[in-house]
Design a protein around this ligand. Structure first.
Ligand code: MG
Ligand code: MG
Length: 305
């Protein structure tokens, strides 16, 4: 597909770049999810030891260009936000909960354990949030928060409130909260056109406020534990100025590769804009995904254009 999103560097271009970037990273990384970096290097030995093409497969045996829960949960959340805005109650977590239930009932290709627990609990007893839990340190709330960042561009208090509300539907852990807000604010700065120096300063501030996210020297783990995820995302995003290089670097760390690559794709896509995304990857992205991502990106930022 050909992105149609206004002038390069404009807000619509950056917002679409972020959302398509998330989907592209998901589609690339899914092929090597749960593999180790060493297994990936061996498996792609005939391609220089690097996985860099959207080919599907992986443990979910996906068709090329198909995405996983990272993108489809984001789309479910985006639908809830747009409906809430229409009804004058954007961020109402009941709408978010209902959107996640509809997503779950649509038989998604995968769903993390903590997400499934939160959705099943809501179906059982209507609970809209989960109490703080040591076991909720996964990256499931972080991975799907992009639409909240787009929908609240003019209002940081609303960004914080809605991010935490949607997060706590399934995950309630201080590292998850810090990651969801921290990466969301980096995304918002990048959407506003922050330059590399400004972004580096903001990344340093995030690490100073949350030393667990320190990624230099890179500890080398890319699991679904949100601390590992954030370290890998910040490492790949800051080390590579180009979109493709940054996303490939994250995916090739393996482990939760679809999620780390999706989040790098989100930040790097906001940095370069939709017009600069790699055409050979966009051509591979499932058309129905590209369509809804494009429609949502445009609608979510429409009030700010
Ligand atoms: Mg996934
Ligand atoms: Mg994943």
């Amino acid at each position: 597909m050909k992105p149609e999103a206004g002038a390069p560097g404009s807000l619509p271009d950056r917002a679409l770049g972020a959302y398509l970037g998330l989907a592209l990273g998901d589609a690339l990384g899914a092929t090597v999810e749960f593999m180790t970096a060493r297994e990936i290097a061996l498996r792609f030995a005939d391609q220089g030891g690097v996985h860099r093409h959207i080919v599907g497969g992986g443990w979910l045996n996906l068709p090329p260009g198909q995405v996983t829960d990272d993108t489809t949960m984001s789309l479910a959340l985006g639908r809830a936000l747009l409906e809430g805005r229409r009804l004058g109650r954007m961020g109402d977590v009941r709408l978010v909960a209902e959107a996640f239930v509809a997503w779950w009932k649509g038989r998604p290709v995968d769903c993390g354990n903590t997400c499934r627990r939160g959705i099943q609990r809501f179906i059982r007893n209507g609970a809209l949030s989960t109490p703080p839990n040591e076991g909720d340190g996964g990256n499931g709330a972080l991975m799907r928060n992009l639409p909240v960042a787009l929908a609240t561009l003019d209002d940081d208090a609303a960004f914080r409130r809605i991010s935490l509300a949607q997060a706590h539907f399934t995950h309630n852990h201080p590292h998850s909260d810090a990651a969801t807000l921290g990466l969301g604010r980096l995304l918002r700065a990048q959407l506003a056109g922050a330059d590399a120096q400004d972004m580096a300063r903001r990344v340093a501030q995030l690490v100073k406020a949350h030393p667990a996210f320190r990624f230099d020297p890179y500890p080398g783990r890319a699991s679904a534990y949100v601390v590992d995820t954030v370290q890998t995302v910040l490492w790949a995003f800051t080390r590579h100025a180009g979109f493709e290089a940054a996303v490939v670097a994250a995916a090739n760390r393996g482990e939760d590769a679809d999620t780390t690559a999706a989040l790098v794709g989100m930040l790097a896509g906001a940095r370069c804009g939709a017009a600069a995304l790699p055409r050979h990857w966009l051509r591979r992205l499932a058309p129905e995904v590209a369509r809804e991502v494009t429609q949502q990106a445009r609608a979510l930022v429409a009030p700010f254009v």
